[in-house]
Design a protein around this ligand. Structure first.
Ligand code: ATP
Ligand code: MG
Length: 429
């Protein structure tokens, strides 16, 4: 008999099934013994009557939480089991023992510190809360890929080891590379542009690294980014694509993860498009109208981002037309005011989840902007060269996967939304 999932077994009333999983808990009330067995799909009560030979097996085995067992038996309707269905076992085989006591309560009833949970992440994955977060993350990722594939985008694979900084400025992790030095990419920027100016519409899901000594609930040192780059598109075109992608993702999560959202106590609304497009200057005015000290040209702090979002009230909105000082050298400046660039951030539930720009596709303008930023164009000659052989205008954006998971699931700490987070203090597991 082939193993089937518990949720499928529940539908097979009167039939013989083989199921396997982890022991959630056991109970012995003298005449009857119970085991609650859990697999990836759900859990079910195994009811063992005194005359059942499995009763003796249970007495001998003394099963503990998280022991792994395989059971064959008949599925029956039940008056007492909370799923109204139980399994009357014919055989029970121990596949592996779990050490006791467990370092954390897998049922999730006793809350453990985040640090303990991250140390024993594989066990934490088995708790209803954490498993819900990653089931939602899976739907976010698959919806992202589905949305772009259906729009004719091609998935690309940029390298993660790079020879030089793609943006200049930001801190990079340096690594030895044979006789040379190399860096971990802080963005797939150059590569996605090289692909877009040839393949037109590309997307990617890639890890990136930022070597800043962050100590915030919203920053990791290793991030997964969901990136898009599109040729023959300006900033407005890719903003439209971004809001559609966000709506598609949220719709899918709402539909496919209703059980997980319920476990997390989370109710999410589908944002209405087109989203509001606030200019950077509008956002500054909102802040200063609240008596907040702010100099035009600075970046918003995370609390200021939150404050703007509270005043705007929409769960998702753009801030566009940023001062060029706040954005990378490759952001396209406005013709009539080069201090402002075609750049945007997308805020969702008060947190930046995505940034994008229209890129400069003109080599001479790129060189000019590099100089204005105090960068040496010779260091970027390879990058600039790409745009000398028929580069169409192009734009793109990047969503942080963990940030989006965090804002969808309502978590306060981004570490909750990364399977194995890398931060200033954590490199294991
Ligand atoms: P922030 O201003 O929030 O620190 P950023 O503007 O430096 O982020 P971008 O270069 O715009 O980040 O990266 C695109 C997206 O990647 C961000 O909008 C965010 O969702 C995600 N991201 C960037 N850096 C981090 C980080 N250190 N930790 C988690 N997510 C990040
Ligand atoms: Mg940004």
């Amino acid at each position: 008999m082939e193993r089937i999932l518990i949720e499928d077994a529940k539908k097979r009333l009167g039939e013989q099934v083989r199921i396997s999983g982890w022991v959630n808990r056991t109970r012995d009330i003298g005449s009857l013994k119970f085991v609650v067995l859990r697999d990836l799909s759900g859990d079910i009560q195994i009811t063992v009557k005194p005359d059942n030979p499995v009763s003796q097996i249970l007495t001998d085995l003394k099963l503990g939480r998280e022991d792994v067992v395989e059971i064959t038996g008949r599925v029956e309707a039940s008056q007492i089991a909370h799923a109204r269905v139980e399994v009357l076992p014919e055989s029970l085989k121990l596949l592996n023992r779990s050490k006791q006591p467990l370092p954390l309560d897998v049922s999730g009833n006793t809350k453990a510190e985040l640090d303990t949970r991250l140390n024993f992440r594989f066990l934490d994955f088995r708790t209803p809360r954490t498993s819900s977060i990653f089931k939602i993350q899976h739907v976010i990722l698959s919806s992202f890929r589905e949305f772009l594939t259906n729009k004719g985008f091609m998935e690309i694979q940029p390298p993660c080891i790079i020879a030089s900084a793609s943006e200049g400025g930001a801190e990079l992790f340096k690594i030895p590379y044979f006789e040379k030095e190399a860096y971990l990419a802080q963005s797939p920027q150059l590569y996605k542009q090289m692909c877009a100016i040839s393949f037109e519409k590309v997307f990617m899901v890639v890890p990136i690294w930022r070597a800043e000594k962050f100590n915030t609930p919203t920053h990791l040192n290793e991030v997964r980014q969901m990136d898009v780059e599109q040729a023959f598109a300006d900033d407005e075109a890719v903003m439209k694509l971004l809001e559609e992608a966000l709506v598609h993702i949220i719709k899918n999560v709402k539909e496919k993860n209703s059980k997980e959202l319920q476990i997390l106590g989370r109710n999410i609304e589908i944002p209405k498009t087109p989203l509001r497009r606030l200019t950077y200057t509008d956002a500054v005015e909102l802040l200063t109208s609240r008596g907040e000290e702010f100099r035009w040209g600075d970046d918003f702090s995370k609390p200021q981002e939150k404050m703007i979002a509270e005043m705007v009230k929409d769960e998702a909105f753009f801030i566009k037309n940023w001062p060029s000082d706040q954005k990378a050298f490759y952001a396209m400046p406005y013709k009539d005011n080069p201090n402002i660039v075609h750049a945007f951030d997308l805020l969702y539930n008060g947190i930046e989840i995505s940034s994008g720009t229209q890129r400069i596709h003109l080599p001479e303008l790129l060189v000019e902007r590099l100089k204005i930023k105090g960068l040496n164009p010779d260091d970027f000659s390879h990058y600039v060269e790409c745009f000398s052989y028929g580069a169409p205008p192009h734009s793109g954006w990047s969503i942080g996967l963990e940030r989006l998971t965090m804002t969808i699931t309502g978590m306060n700490n981004i570490r909750e939304c990364c399977m194995f987070p890398r931060d200033r203090d954590r490199l294991v597991p």
